[in-house]
Design a protein around this ligand. Structure first.
Ligand SMILES: Cc1cc2nc3c(=O)[nH]c(=O)nc-3n(C[C@H](O)[C@H](O)[C@H](O)COP(=O)(O)OP(=O)(O)OC[C@H]3O[C@@H](n4cnc5c(N)ncnc54)[C@H](O)[C@@H]3O)c2cc1C
Length: 426
C-alpha cells in the first residue's frame, strides 16, 4: 500500500493520480488500512500474481499491493506454438481485473528503487509504497553483452522470443518469411536460464512447421551447453517424427560468440552461419530491479532461504520465481514460480501471526510439445528435510510410448495451462 502516514500522504501528492487516490473520501480507506500489515509485490507474473492471491486468501486483513509495469501479461508457457501459428497469441493474454476483484491493490507502474532500511519502494511514476514484507518476482533480464553485436535493439531483427508478446510475433513473421532451404538457427543459452526445455520445444515445433511449409530447410541449434533438459526424449522424438534437426553442443563448437545483425550471420569459434531466420536466446540474469536493489550475488541471481524464499541479503524481502536461486535442481519454470509464490505467501502470513516457518512442499511439472499432438513431460516434488530441499519423487515421460500416449500428454499440457492461469487470473 502507499505510504500511510498523513505527512507522507501529503508529500505523495505527485503520486496520487498514479495510485488513483484523488478523492478525499479515499483518505478514509487509507485510514482504515492503517495498522494492517502491508505486503508489496513486485511483478505480476507466475510468481507474483499467485503470491498476491494466496496472501489475500490466507488473511483478507493483509493489505496486498501488486506493482506490475504492464497492463497485459503474455504467458511464455505455450507461446512456442504461436510461432508456428497453431495457437493464437490471444489465448496467451491475461489481465489483472480478477485479482483486483479478489482484493489485491494492483498498480500499473515500474518499481525503480527498493529501500530495505526504510522498507519502501519507489516507482517510475514517483509513487512510494511502504511494506512490512516485500515479494520480488521480476523474472529475468538478458546479458546482452554475452554475444558481441547483440542488443535489445538487435532483438527487433533477430528476436529472442524469451518474453512473450511482440517478440513471439516477430519470430512468427520471421519464420513465415524465411527462405526455403535456409537453416532455421536457434542460439541456445548457457545454464541457468528460464525454461530449460524451452529452446528444444521450439526446435521441434519449428521442424514440424518446416516439414510442411519449407521442406528444404532444417533446424540448427547452436548451443552453449553440452547437454540439455529431457535430451533423450527430445532427440528420439525428433527422429521418430522425421524432423531435420541438427544440435551442435558447446564442446563441438556450438557456442555463439558474435552476431552480424545486418548480415544475418552468427559466428561460433569454428564457423559462420547465415540465414534469413535466426533466433538468439541470450544468457540470462535476475530481473533488473533485483540488481538495482542489491538482492543478487556474484552469480547474477538472488540467494534465498530455501524454506521461505526470504532473501539472505535483505530481511523481509522474499525473492521468488526465475530471479531466485532455487536448489535441488528446481528449474526456472512457471510452475516452480507458482509453487514458490505459495511457499513465500505461507511464510509471510505465518510470520505476521508470530508462528514458525511452515514446512514447504515444492512442485514442478513441465510439458513440452514436439508437435501439436506430441507431448512429453517432467515432474517432481521436493520437501524440506534436514535443512535442505530434498527430492521426494518425480520422473519424465517414458522413452517408448504410443502415439496416443504422446497425444494425451499434449492435451495435458493444455489442461495444465488452463488450470494454472485460472488460479492466477480468474
Ligand atoms: C518459450 C517459453 C516457454 C515456457 N514454457 C513453460 C512451461 O511450459 N511451463 C512452465 O512452467 N514454465 C515455462 N516457461 C517459463 C516461465 O515463463 C517462467 O519460468 C515464469 O514466467 C517465471 O515467473 P516469474 O514470476 O519469475 O517471472 P514473469 O512471469 O516473467 O513475471 C515477471 C513480471 O514482473 C514484471 N516486472 C519486472 N520488473 C518489474 C518492475 N521493476 N516493476 C514492476 N513490474 C516488473 C514483468 O513485467 C512481468 O510481468 C517458459 C518460458 C519460455 C520463454
Amino acid at each position: 500500500m502507499y505510504n500511510l502516514s498523513r505527512r507522507n500522504f501529503v508529500k505523495l501528492t505527485g503520486g496520487l493520480a498514479a495510485v488513483g487516490l484523488t478523492s478525499p473520501l479515499l483518505t478514509g480507506s487509507a485510514r482504515a488500512a492503517e495498522g494492517k500489515k502491508r505486503v508489496v509485490i513486485i511483478g505480476g507474473g507466475y510468481g507474483g500474481a499467485i503470491a498476491s492471491r494466496y496472501i489475500r486468501m490466507a488473511d483478507p486483513n493483509i493489505v496486498v499491493t501488486l506493482i506490475e509495469k504492464e497492463k497485459i501479461y503474455y504467458s511464455c508457457p505455450l507461446s512456442n506454438p504461436v510461432i508456428i501459428k497453431t495457437r493464437d497469441l490471444k489465448v496467451q493474454r491475461w489481465t489483472y481485473e480478477n485479482l483486483v476483484k479478489n482484493g489485491v491493490n494492483v498498480q500499473y507502474d515500474e518499481v525503480v528503487e527498493i529501500d530495505p532500511v526504510k522498507k519502501s519502494v519507489t516507482t517510475a511514476k514517483g509513487a512510494s509504497f511502504s511494506y512490512d514484507k516485500l515479494v520480488v518476482s521480476p523474472g529475468v533480464d538478458f546479458k546482452w553483452e554475452a554475444i558481441e553485436g547483440y542488443s535489445e535493439k538487435a532483438s527487433e531483427k533477430i528476436p529472442h522470443g524469451w518474453k512473450a508478446g511482440t517478440q513471439t510475433l516477430l519470430l512468427q513473421e520471421q519464420l513465415s518469411a524465411m527462405t526455403d532451404g535456409d537453416p532455421y538457427i536457434i542460439v541456445a543459452p548457457p545454464m541457468p536460464f528460464r525454461c530449460p526445455p524451452g529452446p528444444y520445444e521450439r526446435a521441434g515445433l519449428v521442424a514440424w512447421y518446416l516439414k510442411q511449409h519449407k521442406p528444404r530447410s532444417k533446424v540448427i541449434i547452436l548451443d552453449a551447453k553440452d547437454k540439455f533438459a529431457k535430451q533423450g526424449l527430445f532427440i528420439n522424438g525428433w527422429k521418430e517424427l522425421g524432423y531435420n534437426v541438427e544440435w551442435v553442443p558447446g564442446n563441438e563448437g556450438g557456442k555463439v560468440t558474435r552476431v552480424d545483425v545486418e548480415g544475418m550471420k552468427v559466428f561460433t569459434e569454428m564457423q559462420e552461419y547465415k540465414s534469413s531466420a535466426i533466433n538468439i536466446i541470450p544468457a540470462q540474469k535476475a530481473g533488473k530491479i533485483a540488481h538495482m536493489a542489491g538482492l543478487v550475488d556474484k552469480t547474477g541471481w538472488c540467494p534465498v532461504n530455501q524454506k521461505t524464499y526470504e532473501s539472505t541479503i535483505h530481511k523481509d524481502i522474499y525473492v521468488i520465481g526465475d530471479a531466485c536461486i532455487a536448489t535441488a535442481e528446481i528449474p526456472k519454470s512457471g510452475y516452480a514460480a507458482n509453487s514458490q509464490g505459495k511457499i513465500a505467501a505461507a511464510a509471510i502470513v505465518a510470520a505476521f501471526k508470530g508462528q514458525g516457518e511452515p514446512d514447504p512442499s515444492y512442485v514442478n511439472t513441465c510439458y513440452s510439445l514436439l508437435s501439436p499432438d506430441y507431448g512429453i513431460s517432467v515432474a517432481a516434488i521436493w520437501t524440506f528435510k534436514d535443512g535442505q530441499v530434498t527430492k521426494v519423487s518425480g520422473g519424465v515421460s517414458p522413452e517408448k510410448a504410443s502415439a496416443a500416449f504422446r497425444k494425451q500428454e499434449a492435451s495435458y499440457a493444455e489442461s495444465w495451462y488452463q488450470s494454472i492461469m485460472a488460479e492466477m487470473f480468474s
